[in-house]
Write a protein that binds this ligand. Structure first.
Ligand SMILES: Cc1ncc(COP(=O)(O)O)c(C=O)c1O
Length: 404
């Protein structure tokens, strides 16, 4: 008789965004006359930039001719893309990363969920609280997180690093020493950023205690302040202790196209074994590469035209972020984020819980956001709005919230 992976049965409740989606659908079904505006899930709304479309069309045509047709992509990704990534995202910023340390994939969600496979089942992970849920849930599925306490909404074998107003929503070094530390900056959900000096402290700490940092930089394109690092490899020592995850979803609107990459430097070793060779083995065994057409689209992200068009796209979303921040401040809310990230993190008014505020916003303003408590216990009493809507919808949503 077959048996199930019992770890899956330990996963609590339904996924945060399914619940948010269900509540929105139920409300819309009951109130068909209302126009609900969704500022919840971190999905983009602007169309693909012209330079990207052009590259995709060209690649599609190539696939229609025997001489230029491509089948399986190379395991780690096409060189034209890895060279462009290494140059623009790393070498031009003074970070020493070579093309053969880059593993192209179909997005950062898969990579952030899969990366834990190469670690022993008894490593102890540390996560920010609140946190992008994939880091924890993928470790639950692997059986690494211990027992779930429904009261505290925490796992017994996970180190939680609270990110609160007091520490500027950036974690402090935990008292207990972790083996694997997940950091995400600019942060989802709080929209906070980390300065280079603070990130250097993490790199130094990981180097000292022999921990590994998994650094999710999916929102790097939204950084606007000088002292915020664009990659962890700007910090000396990171090549020996950090893996970096990147996505094309938020900087180039590839949420539906699908493309990302993971950097595993060759200096990163565990008792002499390079993690690079383990991840290459995993990639080669379980993954057959992002599509040629998509990788050509990714290459166009780094062309002069592509860079200019995408800068404008990011600026469009960040204009929304400013509307949200300023309108909420004007209405007396306590807000943060929205400067180096497309997320605004607000404190719920009148001591409402995150879900109470969700219901209140849906009913009174017909606006959907994301309850902070869905990202972890320290998110209780907070709420996330995203800048990924259209400008018109964002302005209308904020007018409604101000008039609530
Ligand atoms: C922190 C973070 N990492 C990764 C992802 C997923 O990126 P991708 O679309 O490349 O899978 C998201 C998406 O919302 C995210 O917020």
């Amino acid at each position: 008789m077959f048996k199930l992976n019992q770890n899956y049965l330990k996963l609590p409740g339904s996924y945060l965004f399914s619940t948010v989606g269900r509540k929105q659908r139920e409300y819309e079904a009951a109130h068909p006359d209302k126009k609900v505006i969704r500022l919840s899930i971190g999905d983009v709304t602007q169309p693909l930039a012209p330079a990207i479309l052009e590259a995709m069309h060209k690649a599609v045509d190539e696939m229609g001719h025997a001489e230029t047709f491509r089948g399986y992509a190379p395991d780690l990704g096409y060189e034209f893309l890895r060279n462009a990534i290494a140059k623009s995202d790393y070498q031009d910023r003074g970070a020493d990363i070579s093309p053969d340390e880059i593993f192209v994939s179909d997005g950062a969600k898969c990579d952030s969920g899969n990366i834990q496979e190469i670690f022993s089942l008894d490593v102890k992970i540390a996560v920010c609280d609140p946190v992008y849920p994939v880091y924890v849930d993928s470790n639950v599925m692997a059986g690494r997180t211990g027992v779930y306490d429904t009261k505290t909404e925490t796992w017994s074998n996970v180190i939680y690093m609270p990110c609160t107003a007091e520490n500027g929503f950036a974690p402090e070094i935990p008292r207990e020493t972790p083996d694997v530390i997940y950091l995400c900056f600019p942060n989802n959900p709080t929209g906070s950023a980390i300065t280079k000096d603070r990130l250097q402290e993490w790199v130094d700490y990981a180097g000292k205690v022999g921990a590994l940092i998994i650094y999710d930089a999916a929102y790097e394109a939204y950084i606007s302040q000088e002292d915020v690092p664009h990659t962890i490899y700007e910090c000396p020592g990171a090549r020996e202790c950090a893996i970096e995850l990147k996505s094309f979803s938020k900087n180039a609107g590839f949420t539906g196209v699908r493309l990302g990459y993971t950097v595993v430097p060759k200096d990163l070793k565990c008792q002499g074994t390079p993690l690079h060779s383990l991840w290459a083995r995993r990639h080669g065994t379980k993954y057959n590469g992002a599509p040629y057409i998509v990788q050509r689209a990714g290459e166009a992200v780094y062309s002069q035209e592509g860079k200019e068009q995408l800068r404008a796209q990011v600026a469009y979303y960040m204009k929304n972020a400013r509307v949200i921040l300023e309108s909420l401040k004007g209405a007396g809310y306590t807000v943060s984020g929205g400067v180096n990230a497309p997320y605004i993190w607000l404190k719920t008014p009148d001591k409402m819980t995150s879900w109470e505020f969700f219901d209140c916003l849906l009913e009174k303003a017909n606006v959907v956001g994301t309850p902070g408590s869905g990202f972890g216990p320290s998110g209780e009493g907070y709420f996330r709005l995203t800048a990924f809507g259209s400008y018109e919808n964002t302005v209308e949503a904020l007018e409604r919230i101000k008039n609530m």
